[in-house]
Write a protein that binds this ligand. Structure first.
Ligand code: HAM
Length: 442
C-alpha cells in the first residue's frame, strides 16, 4: 500500500499592508541622497527641522484638510479609537501638525518669521497605483509669518535649488486662489455657469458641484474639461474683484522671472486641500504624469486653529515621486573597502579585534561569520564587491602581518598590520572625500 503523503501545512506569510513598501539597503542610499540634499539646502535657507508626531487628534486633520478636501471626501484618513477612547489619525500630510506645533509651542513669540522643514511618512487610504501609495514620504517646508510675495519666492527658490542639486528637470504650475472672500464670489459665478450644464457633467463632477465647484476644474473627464473650458476663470475674476491678490500674484511672477524659475500659469489648478488662499502651485517633471510636489499659501489656517493671525506658505514634495523621476540617476550603495578572510581558528578568534582596528581608522569592512572555507569567503568578498581581501592565517598573525589582495588586479602583498591599516585608511579617506564631493556623503 502506498504511503499517503502528509499534507503540508500551508502557513501564509504575513505581507506588508497594500500600498506600503519596504525600503531595502540597496535603495536607502538614494533616499538618503534626496533627504540629505534637502536638509542641506533647508539649512542654507535658514529653515530649522521640526519633527511632529506621526499621529494627531483626528479633529486636527478634519478641521485643517476641510470638508471638501480629497482627504475628507474620499475618506482617506487612517483613524482609530485608542484605549483612552479618543480618536486619533495617522497624519495624511505635514502642514496640519506643523501648524498645531507652531501654536502650541508659541513659536510666533520668537520672532515675526518661523521657517520650518520636515521629512517624514504620511498615510492616506488611497487606491494604490504607480506613484500613489498608502504610506508615502514627503520633505516639506512651512514659512509662517509673512504675507509678502518675497516669502512665496523664498520657498519656491528653495524647491528649485533642491531640484537643481538633484539633477531633476522640473517646472512649477502656478495659480492664485484669491482670498476666502473673493473665492466665494468666484464660486458663485462658477456655480451659476455650471448649474445649467449639470446633466452633461460626469457623476463625480456633479458631486463636486455640490460640495466644492472649484474641484470640477480638476476633472480628468474629457466632457467635463470641455465644459469648464468655457467657464469664467478664477484669475479673470480676481483681476476684476480682488486687485490685492492679483498684485501679490504679479509680484511673485516677477520674482520667479528674476530667479529664472520656469513656471506656467494654470487656471485649472485648485489643489486637493481646502486651506489654501492666494498662491497655489504644483511641481511637475517631464517624465512623470503626477506632480512631484505641491503647496501654496494658507493665510487663515493658524487663526482657524486658535493661533494668532499668521499668514503662511509651504510645500510638500513626495520623495517616492522624486525617486521615480530620478530613475537610475541616484547613488548606489558604497562598495565595501575590505573583506577579512580568515584561515584557521586563531585567525577567526582574533577577527573581532582585527575588524575593530580597521573600523577605528574608518575602513568600511566586514567578514564571514558562518565559518566557511577560504574559497567560500573569497566568493563572498567578490559578491560584496570588496576592493581588497585581507587574508589572515595563523602564521601572519604570529608575525603581526596580513596579506592584502587587490580584488580587481589580483595583486597581493604581505604587509605589517600597521602598514595595512595606514594603506586602507588612506584609500577609505580618498573615497569618502570623493563621495562628499559627489554629494553622497554628509
Ligand atoms: P499634497 O499635494 O497633498 O500637499 O501632497 C504633496 C506631495 O506629496 C504630492 O505632490 C505628491 O508628490 C506626494 N503625495 C501625496 N499623496 C501621495 C500618495 N498617496 N502617494 C505618493 N505620493 C503622494 C500636501 O500634502 C500639503 N501639506 C503641501 C503643503 C505644505 N502645502 C502647504 N504646505
Amino acid at each position: 500500500m502506498a504511503d499517503t503523503p502528509t499534507p503540508k501545512t500551508i502557513t501564509k506569510t504575513i505581507q506588508s499592508p497594500r500600498g506600503t513598501h519596504d525600503i531595502l539597503p540597496e535603495q536607502t542610499p538614494a533616499w538618503r541622497h534626496v533627504e540629505n540634499t534637502f536638509r542641506e539646502i533647508c539649512t542654507r535657507y535658514n529653515f530649522g527641522e521640526i519633527r511632529t508626531p506621526a499621529f494627531e487628534a483626528t479633529e486636527l486633520f478634519a478641521r485643517t484638510a476641510g470638508d471638501s478636501s480629497d482627504i475628507v471626501v474620499t475618506k482617506q484618513m487612517y483613524s482609530f479609537i485608542a484605549p483612552d477612547e479618543q480618536s486619533y489619525t495617522l497624519r495624511p500630510e505635514g502642514t496640519a501638525g506643523t501648524v498645531r506645533a507652531f501654536i502650541q509651542n508659541h513659536l510666533n513669540e520668537r520672532g515675526p518669521v518661523s521657517k520650518l522643514f520636515y521629512i517624514g511618512p504620511n498615510f492616506r487610504y488611497e487606491a494604490p497605483q504607480a506613484g500613489r501609495y498608502r504610506q508615502h514620504h514627503q520633505c516639506g517646508v512651512e514659512l509662517l509669518g509673512p504675507d509678502a510675495p518675497e516669502s512665496d519666492a523664498e520657498v519656491l527658490a528653495l524647491a528649485f535649488d533642491l531640484f537643481r542639486a538633484l539633477g531633476l528637470e522640473a517646472s512649477v504650475k502656478l495659480n492664485s486662489l484669491g482670498t476666502p472672500q473673493s473665492r466665494l464670489g468666484y464660486i458663485d459665478a462658477l456655480r451659476a455657469y455650471l448649474e445649467p450644464l449639470r446633466d452633461s457633467l460626469s457623476e463625480d463632477s456633479r458631486k463636486r458641484l455640490q460640495i466644492n465647484p472649484l474641484r470640477v476644474w480638476d476633472s480628468k473627464d474629457a466632457r467635463d474639461q470641455e465644459i469648464v473650458a468655457g467657464a469664467p476663470r478664477l484669475l479673470d475674476y480676481l483681476q476684476q474683484n480682488d486687485t490685492d491678490s492679483m498684485a501679490h500674484f504679479d509680484a511673485l511672477r516677477g520674482y520667479l522671472d528674476d530667479l529664472h524659475i520656469p513656471y506656467e500659469i494654470d487656471a485649472a489648478l485648485v489643489r486637493g486641500l481646502d486651506y489654501y488662499s492666494r498662491t497655489a502651485f504644483e511641481f511637475v517633471t517631464p517624465n512623470l504624469n503626477s506632480s512631484i510636489g505641491g503647496g501654496g499659501r494658507y493665510n487663515g489656517l493658524v487663526e482657524e486653529l486658535g493661533g494668532p493671525p499668521t499668514p503662511a506658505i509651504g510645500f510638500g514634495i513626495g520623495i517616492e515621486r522624486v525617486l521615480l523621476a530620478l530613475g537610475e540617476n541616484v547613488p548606489s550603495p558604497p562598495p565595501l573597502t575590505a573583506f577579512l578572510v580568515m584561515l584557521g581558528d586563531t585567525a577567526r578568534q582574533s577577527s573581532p579585534k582585527i575588524l575593530s582596528l580597521f573600523r577605528r581608522v574608518g575602513v568600511h569592512c566586514d567578514c564571514d561569520f558562518v565559518g566557511r572555507s577560504l574559497k567560500a569567503q573569497m566568493r563572498e568578498a567578490n559578491r560584496q564587491k570588496a576592493r581588497f581581501a585581507l587574508i589572515l592565517g595563523d602564521n601572519e598573525l604570529a608575525e603581526n602581518k596580513i596579506a592584502v589582495k587587490n580584488m580587481e588586479s589580483g595583486e597581493q602583498e604581505l604587509l605589517h598590520m600597521d602598514d595595512a591599516l595606514i594603506k586602507l585608511a588612506a584609500i577609505n579617506a580618498d573615497e569618502t572625500v570623493a563621495r562628499y564631493f559627489a554629494g553622497e556623503a554628509h
